[in-house]
Design a protein around this ligand. Structure first.
Ligand SMILES: [Zn+2]
Length: 376
C-alpha cells in the first residue's frame, strides 16, 4: 500500500514525512485491500470487524488494534418530516462523532510507525477524536482550532490532555497555523501532521460506514445516503466503501450520495449546481452547522466526481431549515449537533417521486452528538 499523487503520478511510502506531494497534490491510498465478506470478524462489534480491509502492509500487522469501541453504530428506522428513513447513529461513537473512524485507523498507523507527537487542525470533532486516540495510544496531540469552536468541544479536547491552540479568523488560517507548526518542528524526530483531511488513511476508516450499511441492510446497498459535507471526507469514504462493494460484485449500483452544505458556506453545492469540476472561492459565512464551515475543501475535485458518478447531488439549506430540522430530529428522540441536522433539512429537496421506484431506502448519517454544541 502506497500514498499516490493523482496530480503528477508520484508515489510515496506510507511512512513518509510529507503530508502532500512536492507538486502540491493531495495524496490518495493506492493498493488498499479489497473487501471480502469472508474476511469479516463476525464477533467483533467495532470497525475492526473489517480489519482485513484496514491492513497496513508494509507496516507490521498490529496484533491488537487500538480501540475505544468505535464503529458498528446502530441503524434505526424513523419518520422524519413525513418521510420514512433510516438513521445511522454516528453520534454514538466514543467521542460523539463519525471522526473516530478515521482517527482510530490513522493513530493505529502512526503508533505502529513510532510517531510520538502529532499536530492537527480541526473545527472540533476531528480534534476531539484525535485527542482521544492520542490519549489511548500515548501520542502527544497539539490541536489548532477556530476561535469560534464551541466551548463543549474545546473542553472535550482539553480533557483528553491535548494542547489546544485557538486561532482567530477563517478556517484556512487555522490549517495554515498547524502546518507552520509542523514545518517548525522539522527535524524533531517523530512529529507528524495528523490531518484528517490530508492523510488518506483516514478514508480507509471512513469506508467502514458503507460496509456496515451493507451488512445492516442484509447484504444490499441503500437507494441513497444523505450526509453533511464540509471537507467531504465522509462522502469520499462512503464512495470508496460502496465502490469496494461494487467491485466485489456484492451490490449492483452505487447508492446516490447526497451531500448537504449550509447555504452560507456552500462552495461544493455552488460548483455542483454550476456543473463545474472544481470549486470557486466563496466567503466563509457563519452557520449553526459549524462542522461544515469550510470555504475551500481540499479534496473538492474528488468529492464532486464521487457525487456525480453516484448520480447524487450536493444541496444547500438555509439556517432556519437547519434549526427546524434539528428540532424535528430531537422531537423524534434524536439529539444531534446542528451539522448533523443538515441531513433532515435536505429531505424536502430530494426527488422522492422520481426515485421512489428504487426501493426507497434513504439513509441519513447523523454525524455528531447534540451535547457537543447545545443551542436553543
Ligand atoms: Zn504530485
Amino acid at each position: 500500500m502506497n500514498l499516490h499523487c493523482p496530480a503528477c503520478g508520484e508515489r510515496y511510502p506510507l511512512d513518509t514525512g510529507h503530508w502532500h506531494c512536492t507538486c502540491g497534490g493531495v495524496f490518495v491510498i493506492e493498493g488498499a485491500p479489497p473487501f471480502r465478506p469472508a474476511d469479516i470478524t463476525e464477533n467483533e462489534s467495532t470497525l475492526w470487524r473489517y480489519r482485513a480491509a484496514l491492513s497496513f502492509d508494509p507496516v507490521p500487522a498490529n496484533p491488537s488494534p487500538m480501540t475505544l469501541g468505535e464503529g458498528w453504530t446502530p441503524l434505526i428506522s424513523a419518520n422524519i418530516g413525513g418521510h420514512s428513513v433510516l438513521l445511522k447513529l454516528e453520534s454514538l461513537n466514543p467521542t460523539g462523532s463519525f471522526k473516530d473512524r478515521g482517527a482510530v485507523v490513522l493513530m493505529t498507523l502512526l503508533k505502529a510507525q513510532g510517531i510520538s507527537r502529532v499536530v492537527e487542525d480541526s473545527s472540533g470533532n476531528a480534534g476531539a477524536a484525535l485527542a482521544a486516540y492520542g490519549a489511548r495510544a500515548g501520542i502527544a496531540v497539539t490541536l489548532y482550532v477556530p476561535a469560534h469552536t464551541s466551548p463543549a468541544k474545546r473542553a472535550q479536547i482539553a480533557a483528553y490532555g491535548a494542547t489546544l491552540v485557538p486561532v482567530e479568523g477563517p478556517r484556512e488560517r487555522v490549517a495554515a497555523a498547524a502546518q507552520a507548526a509542523v514545518a517548525a518542528s522539522n527535524g524533531r524526530e517523530g512529529t507528524r501532521y495528523a490531518s484528517h483531511v490530508y492523510h488518506p488513511v483516514t478514508l480507509l476508516g471512513l469506508k467502514t460506514v458503507a460496509y456496515e450499511l451493507w451488512e445492516q441492510l442484509g447484504g444490499c446497498a441503500p437507494a441513497r445516503v444523505v450526509l453533511p459535507v464540509g471537507q467531504g471526507t465522509l462522502l469520499l469514504g462512503c464512495f470508496l466503501g460502496f465502490s469496494d462493494l461494487l467491485a466485489a460484485g456484492l451490490i449492483e449500483r452505487l447508492p446516490r450520495l447526497y451531500g448537504v452544505q449550509a447555504a452560507t458556506c456552500a462552495p461544493l453545492a455552488q460548483a455542483y449546481a454550476a456543473g463545474a469540476c472544481d470549486v470557486s472561492p466563496v466567503a466563509e459565512g457563519e452557520t449553526l452547522a459549524a462542522g461544515v464551515r469550510v470555504a475551500r475543501p481540499i479534496r473538492s475535485v474528488a468529492v464532486l466526481e464521487a457525487v456525480r458518478s453516484s448520480d447524487g447531488a450536493i444541496l444547500a439549506v438555509d439556517e432556519s431549515s437547519i434549526a427546524e430540522a434539528h428540532a424535528t430530529l430531537a422531537r423524534a428522540g434524536f439529539y444531534v449537533e446542528p451539522t448533523a441536522a443538515l441531513t433532515a433539512a435536505a429531505l424536502e429537496h430530494l426527488p422522492w417521486e422520481a426515485e421512489a421506484s428504487e426501493d426507497g431506502r434513504t439513509i441519513l448519517l447523523l454525524t455528531g452528538n447534540g451535547l457537543k454544541q447545545p443551542f436553543l
